[in-house]
Design a protein around this ligand. Structure first.
Ligand code: FAD
Length: 394
């Protein structure tokens, strides 16, 4: 039986384990945490609508449901050439026929980043943001800034949506408590038109949201540093902030940057459309795949690293390995599945955002959207555990 080693237990890694097991391979998954973290629903932790555990799915439960092997440990180095994966415990994994890399991305480093928290950082940061929100509410009034940054080497690694969502949810929380007018909320980003890749209609709609909800905009100035109580910009102007929630753009995973894997300028692993890692040196192995945020995403200017794309890549890899083993050539690629798809939550409703090669639109879904996103979170857990059937493509 062929042995497949998967590194990472997020959207990509878990989906790959589930689908490779369906093909009866000997699958081992390595993850540095013992739970699969459902990032899209983590936006409700800081506002106390969800507990931390609501957003986690035990990898042990997934292991029992799908019968893969599980190692909870941290990958500290990868040598593709030597066929060596070294874990923090000292264990060295060498016995695999195929390697699937799915460890996500690291983050761009900004000066003073320790003065911020990110909803897209380690899962535990959502709890720290919750504590900050509690303290800000206790204080009775405050200036609070939400923002995201860019990566000049790879625009697909920019993640702004959860920043908008958290801001709208915080606004709603304050409104519910009847204290919204005591808080100055600002959204900031270094680009002139943050959210532009969602399409022109979405950009206009976001503008309307900001005006209607009395949220200040601070766009188009590069960030110099984050200080304790302000954000400093390139022209030395300051944005006062009692608390700054900032999402740095993604950059290549630090372990991958120190490896012999081929990388793009931002440090993401270069692959072909079939997620097969492509080395320029022909003596290097051909049995390595990279999926999800760890991989360089090629294609449209508006392309974005998203969970559902990680899952498409994972299912493709399961298919492509099977095809390869059967000496076939009917491989599946991810390019034709590239789109932006999200239900952007606002606390009391949501907006449906969609973009592909032909269309770009956003439409409001008052109340229903919020319920729909929550229902998706439940579907995500139950379907991955095999307790309910999968909806094709989801
Ligand atoms: C707040 C938020 C909201 C989002 N909303 C949406 C949305 O609505 N729709 C959508 O499609 N996408 C959304 N995304 C994006 C989506 O979550 C990511 O694209 C997706 O998580 C990528 O999956 P991945 O498997 O590549 O990486 P991850 O999900 O980040 O998983 C990486 C895994 O690797 C493990 N790992 C990392 N380093 C090591 C190591 N050294 N050793 C061992 N294990 C390691 C981690 O513990 C983790 O299990 C959102 C992201 C965030 C942060």
């Amino acid at each position: 039986m062929k042995r497949i080693l998967i590194l990472g237990g997020g959207f990509g890694g878990v989906e790959a384990a589930i689908y490779l097991k369906k093909n009866n391979y000997d699958v081992t998954l390595v993850s540095d945490r013992d739970f699969f973290y459902i990032y899209p629903t983590s936006i409700w932790i800081p506002t106390r609508e969800y507990d931390f555990k609501d957003v986690c799915l035990s990898l042990h439960d997934l292991q029992h449901a799908h019968d893969f092997k599980l190692i909870i440990d941290s990958v500290i180095s990868i040598s593709a050439k030597e066929h060596n994966i070294t874990l923090k415990s000292g264990l060295v994994l060498q016995e695999y026929d195929y390697l699937v890399l799915a460890m996500g991305a690291s983050k761009m480093q900004h000066k003073g980043i320790e003065n911020t928290l990110s909803i897209c950082g380690t899962p535990e940061q959502s709890l720290e943001i919750r504590n900050k929100f509690d303290a800000l509410i206790e204080k009775g009034s405050a200036k609070v800034c939400f923002g995201f940054g860019g990566n000049p080497h790879d625009t697909s690694a920019v993640r702004g949506g959860p920043g908008f969502e958290l801001l709208f949810n915080f606004h709603n929380l304050l409104k519910k408590k009847g204290i919204r007018e005591n808080y100055e909320l600002t959204f900031f980003a270094p680009m002139a038109e943050p959210g532009k890749r969602m399409g022109p209609q979405a950009l206009k709609m976001m503008d309307t949201f900001f005006s209607r909800l009395n949220i200040n905009k601070h766009f188009g100035k590069k960030i110099k540093s984050f200080e304790k109580d302000y954000v400093l910009f390139e022209d030395d102007s300051k944005l006062e902030s009692d608390f700054t929630m900032f999402i740095p753009a993604g950059s290549g995973h630090t372990v991958v940057k120190d490896s012999d894997l081929p990388l793009n300028a931002a440090g993401f692993i270069t692959t072909d459309d079939y997620s097969n890692v492509i080395f320029s040196d022909e003596t290097m192995p051909t049995n390595i795949y990279a999926i999800g945020d760890i991989a360089a995403l090629e294609g449209y200017e508006w392309r974005a690293k998203q969970g559902h794309i990680a899952e498409v890549m994972a299912r493709n890899v399961a298919h492509n390995i099977k095809e390869r083993e059967a000496n076939g050539t009917n491989f599946k690629g991810y390019h034709k599945h590239l789109n932006i798809l999200c239900v952007m939550d606002s606390g009391d409703g949501a907006a449906f955002v969609y973009r592909d090669e032909k269309r770009a639109f956003m439409f409001p879904m008052p109340y229903l959207g919020h319920t729909l996103k929550k229902a998706w979170g439940k579907y995500c857990k139950l379907s991955k555990l095999g307790k309910i059937p999968r909806i094709p493509g989801m």
